[in-house]
Ligand binder design. Structure first.
Ligand code: ATP
Length: 677
């Protein structure tokens, strides 16, 4: 029990914050039937009167708890062993013994038991056959008898443990297979993103199944509740974060946990958590449906910090998932006027973010010890929609230093010189203008054009996709409001056009032969970005002219979809200059609130530096001489016109940085030393 403030009393099963005793269920029943304070048991009442603020527990460093060598960092090994035994108990005795002696047993991930097949143990190093004896009905019955009831998502758990048992059923709904996932509370697993947790922004964690998302957010919940003293409520859909049973696992620390009676109620419980329990942070595993995404966005709008996970490898997967799009702000297609499109040097129809994302930042988990951090999810989404590489940071946990190694990678895909689709290649007779002369267009495009000019088309234009996800194409068409006029077909004979990926078409040129035979145009995209897909849809529908055509109209058409901007390899000077900006902002401008004057650079490089400064939502002003221009980055409190001093930078981070007073308007300006060659 915890006296929170004069209005709220929190009582959780197993909680022992004020009383040495755990609260029995009978106490809760007693409370329900009487008035609040007088209803407390006498020992609790005394404790409340004499209550002192809860002492903030010492913030333990990861080095205190990380086991060296193997990269995993479990808490108490005896606790972990006895918890693992609960899972091994599901196996028949002989198999249990075999598995127990496996040298990697401490890193076991899953046990798979399928009727009539040999049981498997999954380790980070690969799968291992536990026994040559196939699993029998009685083995499954034995295992099922040891776990709780399966809920409607076919998941169950083992009381007082974090293990997850998932069932596979036959058509008669009998269980014929089990996947038994080892759950562990891994102290220290959230150290890699401690700064993000501390910042208080909402964090979206994404990653493929089994990469460690649940383990990470369990530790974030504990960190926020125990170290940062936040009121944390976990909406625990399959009891995976807080474990099975009504008493939550110690791995969540003081965080509270709400169970979810059935998966379809997850979104209701999310809202209930905010309305009834005054949380400062809500933790939610597996946001998977539109309703859950909507609930998440409602919670964020109410000012509650949200830490949630979703399946997907990258943020692009979330953008392309219609149910989850709202988490990144939603997307819409916008048609620019000719003038605006020319000014921005982009195509006329572009995709834009509809509103602010639900989450402030995002973490893409690459492995248990590696992730990509997108500090500003909004900027990342905007970059992806524009077909550009987002700015992110790669973090890798280093077991030797017990710290993470961070670096901003060179922009991917920028190592290729690409031709530029120039403005004058874009036909001015755009569909939206309604003044189109369709005679010069190929047949497939005329079909669509005639429909727009009043001649009714009986069916949508059919696209055969080759190594391009149908769902992506349909999704883009939907966002562009063109879902009724373009469709996907699996029958190449019935297709009006082919959309293919360039890497595949290079390896399997047969598709060109088939296209030639059917006299079909082949639209080739270089990458599966939304921007390329939008362009492809526009070109297929004849709304935009073609970039590079490798064959004349009479033959099969090969149309390569080009990016809007030429991509080029950044020079070493540019990389150096951008790294200088990053260091200045992250080590001085933001933490110290001081302006920083950068080294003199060429004006093109200064322009790139300015872009990066803006992506941090900071401003900068040009200084130096005309021959030697340089940039001065201003902290948030300052603005370009009226800079004033805003505190000095902290001593430790400044050791290699010289502070020069009196530069520009009496402000103390820090100058970074030259980076070592
Ligand atoms: N940092 C870590 N160190 C050691 N083991 C870990 C770590 N993180 C996760 N694991 C182990 O990896 C397995 C998968 O972890 P977890 O269930 O957290 O993944 P997930 O991404 O949530 O999976 P899913 O999406 O399928 O729910 C578990 O057995 C877990 O104990």
């Amino acid at each position: 029990m915890r006296a929170l403030n004069s209005h709220f009393l929190l009582i959780d099963l197993h909680s022992s914050w004020c009383s040495a005793n755990h609260i029995p269920i009978s106490t809760l029943a007693y409370l329900k039937s009487s008035s609040l304070i007088s209803s407390l048991p006498p020992s609790f009442r005394r404790t409340r009167r004499a209550h002192k603020p809860i002492r903030s527990p010492e913030i333990r460093r990861p080095s205190d708890r990380f086991s060296s060598g193997n990269g995993s960092f479990s808490s108490s090994s005896s606790e972990a062993t006895s918890e693992l035994e609960l899972l091994l108990d599901l196996l028949p005795l002989k198999m249990r013994r075999e598995l127990y002696h496996h040298e990697e047993i401490g890193e076991l991930i899953e046990v798979v038991m399928d009727l009539g097949r040999k049981p498997l143990a999954r380790f980070p190093s690969g799968d291992w056959e536990i026994s040559q004896q196939p699993i029998k009905h009685e083995d499954l019955r034995h295992a099922i008898s040891k776990v709780g009831e399966f809920s409607d998502d076919n998941r169950s758990g083992i009381d007082s443990s974090l293990h997850r048992i998932s069932a596979i059923r036959n058509r008669k709904m009998q269980i014929i297979g089990l996947t038994c996932r080892v759950g562990r509370a891994v102290s220290g697993s959230a150290e890699i993103i401690r700064d993000l947790v501390m910042d208080g922004g909402s964090i979206l964690v994404i990653g493929p199944p089994g990469v460690g998302k649940t383990t990470l957010i369990r530790e974030i919940a504990r960190m926020l509740a125990d170290e940062f003293m936040k009121r944390v409520v976990i909406v625990d859909t399959s009891n995976e974060i807080g474990g099975d049973g009504d008493v939550p696992h110690a791995g969540i620390g003081r965080a509270r946990r709400m169970q979810v009676p059935n998966v379809n109620m997850q979104h209701n419980i999310m809202i209930e958590a905010v309305e009834n329990h005054m949380p400062e942070t809500i933790i939610i595993d597996e946001i998977g449906t539109e309703l859950e995404a909507l609930a998440a966005s409602t919670i964020a709008q109410r000012g509650v910090q949200l830490v949630g996970t979703a399946h997907g490898m990258t943020i692009e997967n979330i953008i392309k998932n219609p149910s989850l799009q709202i988490l990144v702000g939603g997307i819409e297609s916008v048609t620019l006027g000719d003038e605006e499109a020319r000014k921005r040097k982009v195509q006329k129809t572009i995709l834009e973010r509809k509103g602010p994302p639900t989450f402030t930042c995002a973490v893409e988990m690459i492995s248990k010890t590696e992730c990509r951090v997108h500090h500003r999810l909004d900027a990342t989404v905007d970059a992806i929609l524009a077909g550009k590489s987002p700015v992110y940071e790669v973090r890798e946990w280093d077991n030797y230093t017990n710290d993470s190694v961070k670096y901003v990678p060179m922009l991917e895909n920028d190592n290729e010189e690409k031709p530029y689709l120039r403005d004058d290649n874009i036909m001015t007779s755009d569909m939206e203008s309604g003044e189109r002369d369709i005679d010069h267009l190929p047949t497939w495009s005329k079909k669509w054009s005639s429909s727009r000019s009043g001649i009714k088309r009986s069916s949508p234009l059919q696209v055969y996709t080759y190594k391009v996800l149908e769902a992506d194409l349909l999704q883009v068409a939907k966002v562009m409001g063109l879902e009724d006029v373009i469709d996907v077909t699996g029958d190449i004979g019935a297709a009006d056009a082919i959309l293919a990926s360039s890497s595949e078409i290079r390896q399997n040129p047969w598709i060109r032969g088939v296209a030639k035979f059917h006299k079909l145009p082949v639209f080739v995209i270089k990458s599966n970005t939304m921007a390329q897909m939008v362009k492809a849809v526009r070109m297929i529908l004849g709304l935009e002219s073609f970039g590079t055509m490798s064959k004349p109209f009479s033959d099969s058409l090969n149309i390569e979809i080009q990016d809007d901007e030429p991509k080029r390899k950044p020079s070493l000077e540019e990389i150096d200059a951008l790294e200088e900006v990053r260091l200045a902002i992250e080590y001085i401008v933001i933490p110290g609130g001081e302006p920083v004057e950068l080294l003199p650079r060429r004006s093109e490089i200064i322009a790139r530096q300015l872009e990066l400064v803006k992506s941090y939502q900071l401003s900068a002003e040009k200084s130096g001489t005309e021959q030697n221009p340089r940039l001065q980055i201003l902290p948030l409190k300052l603005n370009a016109k009226n800079p004033t001093k805003s505190g000095s930078a902290s001593g430790e981070s400044m050791s290699s940085i010289s502070s020069i007073s009196g530069v520009g308007n009496g402000t103390s300006v820090t100058r970074l030393p030259l980076l070592p060659e």
